[in-house]
Design a protein around this ligand. Structure first.
Ligand code: GLC
Length: 488
């Protein structure tokens, strides 16, 4: 496995720990041949999802009803919200045409307890209250009486859409688990609270963050063929042709030819829910078994930011249990329980350790003592750094399988893949490792990364601008009298 160690010698001297790290390296390494097997099966699942998409063990390939490519000429003022895993962002986007736009935005932290609240109204009223705060802040002299704000709602969960401005939640992902939302159209659920607060807002488009990322980047860069998120969750979107999506053929209005493009939100976090090809370790199996939705999001559970810290924690805890790590650790005080608390470590824990290039790994030392109340030896810190490298590298290499599968299926030889998400933006070496994975799979050895034919590039601010561009595209279609959903 190619791992940058940046001059720090990470060789372990304790034989038992050295043995464990070798075992873990074998378990977490994904050789190129395995990537190729995964990609082949991935293509099968993408095609199967386009044929049917209702099989809960497959990739849904959600039809989004975005049937036009943006060309950068779209204009207008749109309100956008992005309900992600961690934050809610409210954005006012001015599309200026000429591939240009400006944004004004506010970010609201989603309280952790909100993810699993027992009352769905808590969530939708929270969103409406953020919209209200934002509009009041933007309009200090009061919201104009005759205003009506067109809203692009980025809802980053799998939704079945019969038309562009509605969407029935298929299932929660990324640790969200709120009753009575699965199986419901989330637009009326939000609008109930928007109306209660008297806000002049109309939902023009419900979109996924991957679709937003793709369309926002395509607005400024016509080479963009895919939008991907490497964040709390993992997913990708691309444009297919209607003719390649058997599940909607015969259900379309006459104005949609079979040659029409159709943006597909793959929802490939659920790739290989049947556990046929992914190289799962005992830690992955434990995460799945203990999650609120066992058997779902198999690919996401091995690659996304929501789970990386938990993977590290499970390994550390196992080795502590075997008496090989943290021998003086006395989990007596409440704080010292942190290592034993599920999901206590988030991806920033790995990021800090991977970025630590001090000779004695002193940033790692401080991190262990401040977060876990653990005094560590240099040997333990080296062990943990290697572990983070294995888990971070595996995530990057596996996550390019979705991109490779779409590019192979669509025969894209040269394109940009717009990427967003906290892992892509903040995790050290993630973009380099992902590029290396693509190079291994497509055989670009010897080519500098900037010359790779398929490049993962940082997206334009996907969630806000993408929602606005999609809203603008819908308005254009509406003005032309074209359809925006299934045949009525
Ligand atoms: C999860 C969601 C998906 C989203 C992704 C990235 O996989 O199900 O809709 O795109 O996370 O946020």
């Amino acid at each position: 496995m190619v791992i940058a160690t940046h001059g720090i010698d990470l060789t372990l001297t304790t034989p038992a720990l050295a043995g464990e790290i070798d075992r873990l390296e074998t378990e977490f390494t994904v050789p190129t041949e395995k990537l190729n097997t995964v990609i082949e099966y991935f293509i099968e699942e993408l095609n199967r999802g386009n044929e049917d998409g209702t099989d809960p063990t497959g990739i849904p390939m959600n039809v989004t009803w975005v049937m036009d490519y943006p060309d950068g000429s779209e204009t207008g003022e749109y309100l956008a919200i992005d309900l992600g895993g961690t934050n809610l962002r409210v954005v006012m986007v001015s599309l200026l045409g000429n591939n240009k736009f400006t944004t004004k935005q506010s970010k609201f932290h989603i309280p952790v307890s909100m993810r699993t609240t027992k009352n769905r109204d808590d969530l939708f009223d929270f969103i409406a209250s953020c919209l209200q705060d934002f509009l009041e802040e933007q309009n200090p002299n009061g919201i104009p009486k005759d205003a009506m704000f067109p809203l692009g709602f980025t809802f980053s969960y799998p939704a079945t859409q019969s038309r562009i401005n509605s969407g029935v939640l298929q299932r929660w992902t990324k640790g969200f688990d709120i009753p009575n939302v699965e199986g419901e159209d989330v637009v009326p659920l939000l609008m109930e609270h928007v109306h209660k607060r008297g806000l002049p807002i109309e939902v023009v488009a419900l979109i996924n963050d991957t679709s937003g990322t793709l369309v926002a980047s395509r607005y400024t860069d016509p080479l963009t063929e895919m939008g991907c998120i490497f964040g709390t969750g993992v997913n990708g979107a691309y444009y297919d042709r209607v003719a390649n999506i058997p599940k909607i053929l015969g259900k379309l209005e006459d104005d949609v030819p079979s040659t029409s493009p159709m943006l597909i939100n793959c929802e490939y976090g659920s790739f290989d829910n049947r556990h046929k090809v992914l190289p799962r370790t005992s830690y992955d199996i434990q995460i799945d078994n203990e999650s609120p939705r066992p058997g779902q999001q198999a690919f996401e559970k091995m690659t996304s930011g929501y789970y990386l810290g938990e993977l590290v924690r499970l390994v550390l805890l196992e080795l502590y249990g075997k008496g090989l790590l943290f021998k003086d650790y006395k989990p007596a005080s409440e704080q010292a329980q942190n290592l034993k608390t599920p999901y206590f470590l988030d991806t920033s824990f790995l990021s800090i350790i991977e970025a630590d290039e001090t000779e004695n790994l002193s940033e790692t030392l401080n991190l262990f003592s401040s977060k876990l109340f653990l005094d560590t030896t240099l040997e333990e810190r080296k062990f943990t750094k290697k572990l983070c490298q294995f888990i971070g590298t595996r995530a990057a290499r596996l996550s390019i399988c979705g991109i490779s599968a779409v590019c192979k299926k669509m025969n894209y030889k040269k394109c940009h893949v717009a990427a967003d998400g906290s892992v892509f933006m903040k995790y050290p070496y993630f973009p380099e490792r992902a590029a290396q994975g693509l190079s291994d799979v497509f055989g670009w050895e010897g080519l500098a990364e900037k010359d790779h034919p398929i490049r993962i590039v940082q997206s334009e601010d996907g969630s806000g601008v993408g929602a606005a561009v999609i809203a603008a595209l819908s308005h254009k279609r509406q003005a032309k009298g074209l359809s925006l959903g299934l045949k009525l």
